[in-house]
Design a protein around this ligand. Structure first.
Ligand code: DC
Length: 216
């Protein structure tokens, strides 16, 4: 089974997807980390004066860590320089094509919660459950401001600019799939969001797997 979770910056996708996966015993796939690894490779290539094509890059997940060609890249891919670069490489159709192919292959077997921008629309339109996770601009900016220490206004301006770029880019723009369930997390607690998605999964899987039927 595949649960696809897409949505804009700051909607809480990664923390929610991670918790939903842990709750269900599914494997979590962070597709943004893959774009970030390609961005890191571009930064590395610039200082080494070489260019490695995307298909030659080894990107592997081990538990909560991500590796780029045997180097633990988990922390360095979160730096502002790599984040900025990631949003640029994500507009490159050749990069998208290669990573989408890897994401399809990875999620072909087993149970997954995959999170990104285009899982339900492009990577796996056949996902059993598609969630489009969002929240008001102010709430998303407020959450980021709490993490970064920047002002709400700065975060709001930044977020609206990134949203605009994500929604208007030519290659796989961010949009809600027609059959995705919209989950607006504005005013909801983290636990309420995870419970809501777990409920949606139960609805899809049918009553046989709900706790009240277990062991009967
Ligand atoms: O979710 P994130 O911030 O880690 O994503 C990093 C970048 O990759 C961001 O600019 C959006 C882009 N991305 C994408 O275009 N498609 C995905 N499926 C996941 C991320």
């Amino acid at each position: 089974m595949l649960v696809a979770i897409d949505g804009p910056v700051g909607a809480g996708k990664s923390t929610v997807a991670r918790a939903v996966a842990a709750h269900l015993g599914f494997t979590y796939l962070d597709t943004g980390a893959m774009y970030r690894c390609v961005a890191l490779a571009r930064v590395q290539d610039e200082s080494a004066d070489r260019t490695r094509p995307v298909e030659e890059l080894a990107i592997d997940f081990e538990g909560t860590r991500v590796f780029l060609d045997d180097m633990d890249a988990t922390d360095v891919i979160r730096t502002p320089a790599v984040s900025q670069r990631a949003s640029e490489v994500a507009t490159d159709p050749a990069v998208r094509e290669n990573l989408v192919e890897r994401q399809r292959a990875l999620t072909q077997r087993g149970d997954w919660v995959a999170e990104g921008r285009d899982i339900g629309t492009v990577v796996r339109p056949d996902a059993e459950l598609k969630v489009f996770l969002t929240a008001s601009d102010e709430e998303r900016a407020g959450r980021r401001a709490a993490q970064t220490g920047r002002t709400l206004e700065e975060e709001l301006a930044d977020l609206r600019e990134r949203d605009e770029r994500d929604r208007t880019r030519e290659a796989s723009p961010l949009r809600q799939a027609d059959d995705a369930v919209l989950v607006d997390t504005t005013g909801l607690s983290f636990d309420e969001v995870v419970t809501r998605i777990a409920q949606l999964v139960d609805d899809v899987r049918g009553p046989a797997t709900t706790p009240k039927d277990a062991g009967t």
